[in-house]
Structure formats: C-alpha cells, structure tokens
Ligand binder design. Sequence first.
Ligand SMILES: [Zn+2]
Length: 61
Amino acid sequence: MSTTLKPCPFCASIELSITFTDLTARVNCQRCGANGPENKKQTMEQAEAAWNDRSQVMSAH
Ligand SMILES: [Zn+2]
C-alpha cells in the first residue's frame, strides 16, 4: 500500500512511520525524531512525496 520512503535526511534511518494528526499525515523518523513537511490535509501519499522531496533536497547540499 505504501510507497517507498527514502532514508531520513538527518540520520539516514529507514525506521520511518507515518502518523495522522488533525486530518493530515506526516512522516516521522523513529530514530532522531525528525518529521516530514506538514501541510494542511495532505494524504499519506502526499506526505510520502513531501518527505522524499526533502530528502532529495537535503542530499543535494
Ligand atoms: Zn532521522
């Protein structure tokens, strides 16, 4: 069901989970506590895409 999440851009952990808060979804890193870009009412797929987009940005720097 879930798409593949990229490793955490901060600690490279793949221990990631997705939580729902107030009708939105976000990705959380289980190791360092980082959580994904949090937008209003995003779906799980959008949360995953946002996380992956940031991962790409972070790795580029
Ligand atoms: Zn992390």
